[in-house]
Ligand binder design. Structure first.
Ligand code: TYF
Ligand code: FE
Length: 376
């Protein structure tokens, strides 16, 4: 066991790619208008910007939503031969772009591609009457992209090409604040090269690892390694399936996404009881709660927490801790018909870990869902 703190570990990262946080997450979907309505209604995202035929964009429609610092872009292709439509045909709705807010999109491209990053978008400068946005992009696992976004005092709604979206339908926010981490599922034997890619191309460090022995419940075997940049603002855990008694949840994802891709997006809240109560009221479905015995053990396993355990239990919220504090987390069911992308809601009280103490309870709940789908 390493005795370094998380702060000491991330301090070992290289800094040729300064990152200020997640800029946006772009989904390619079959129907962006309806997806935008779902994220507004169910999750409380607010309307920000739009691009499409009405704004002079011919091949796509994109809706930009925001809550706290979390920005989602929902994009659909308007013709069957669009690369967006082809992406949706293969993968179903899913995450195409994990965009990172950087100081310099040109140097981000230069520094990552010279270390082996595969170009997706050569650096470009977009301007309009509100200022300038520079961007570039490279491929990560599967067909997923890391875009680098540099905002030069840009004062428009989102970026050039988009118009402000003023909607008369504005459901209230649900307390979501920022993207805590985004997890990728990679193929068999692809963990090591993917981790090395994040180290070499992005200058990230591996801050945490779980092998299949630590996270093997009855069935759901997997391995996981968390990659972080030097300030901890970009954290990308990577999962690989492992051999178990039956089919790994990661393998189920790979089968249905038809390749590697983003498995879950973890979003932070300061009041998980309020947030989850709100989301449930609005129809977001969560994995079922662990058994009573799990909550009986909390005082002994975790020690004191500020929240009322009974309330956490009623909502099915999971509790874990590390040397630096505790965390509360809960996972939605997949938000598409394919068992692919889902969300995690997380509230950190000092803990910088990912809930390893919950893996057994969590993976058993996941397996109940896999079983219901006939994929176990
Ligand atoms: O991000 C994490 O590591 C935690 C736990 O398939 C987790 O949220 C890990 C693997 C997985 C689901 C959740
Ligand atoms: Fe997570």
């Amino acid at each position: 066991m390493s005795t370094l703190t998380f702060a000491e570990k991330i301090a070992q990262a290289e800094n040729f790619l300064p990152i200020n946080g997640t800029d946006y997450i772009e989904f390619y979907v079959g129907n962006a208008k309806q997806a935008a309505h779902y994220y507004k209604t169910a999750f409380g995202f607010q309307s920000v910007a739009y691009a499409g035929p009405e704004t002079g964009v011919r091949d796509r429609a994109s809706y930009v939503l925001q809550q706290g610092k979390i920005r989602l872009v929902l994009t659909t292709g308007l013709k069957s031969d669009s690369p967006i439509s082809e992406h949706v045909k293969k993968h179903g709705d899913g995450v195409k772009i994990l965009a990172l807010w950087v100081d310099d999109a040109y140097s981000a491209f230069e520094e990552t591609t010279k270390r082996g990053g595969k170009p997706y978008l050569e650096p470009v400068t977009l301007t309009d009457e509100n200022g300038e946005v520079r961007m570039s992009g490279i491929y990560t696992y599967g067909e997923t992209i890391h875009m680098f976004i540099e905002r030069k005092n840009y004062s428009g709604a989102f970026m050039p090409g988009y118009e402000k979206w003023e909607s008369s339908y504005n459901p209230e926010e649900a307390g979501l604040l920022y993207v805590d981490h985004c997890v990728g599922n990679v193929d068999w034997n692809r963990m090591v090269p993917t981790v090395e890619w994040y180290e070499k191309v992005m200058g990230f460090v591996n801050i945490l690892s779980f092998d299949d022995k630590q996270i093997n419940t009855e069935y759901s075997a997997l391995m996981s390694k968390v990659m972080s940049n030097g300030n901890g603002f970009a954290k990308f855990p990577i999962n690989e399936p492992a051999e178990g008694k039956k089919k790994s949840q990661v393998e189920e994802y790979l089968d249905f996404y038809e390749g590697e891709g983003v498995q879950h997006i973890a979003v932070a809240t300061r009041d998980i009881i309020h947030t989850v109560t709100e989301l449930k009221k609005r129809g977001v479905e969560f994995l079922s709660a662990p058994p009573e015995a799990y909550y009986d053990m909390v005082p002994e396993r975790v020690g004191h927490i500020d929240e009322d355990i009974k309330k956490l239990q009623d909502l099915g919220i999971l509790i874990d801790h590390d040397e630096e504090g505790y965390l509360l987390q809960i996972f939605t069911k997949p938000v598409e018909d394919r068992p692919t992308l889902f969300f995690e809601i997380i509230e950190r009280h000092g803990a910088q870990s990912f809930g390893a103490g919950n893996f057994k309870a969590l993976f058993e709940a996941l397996e109940r869902e896999q079983e219901r789908r006939g994929n176990l």
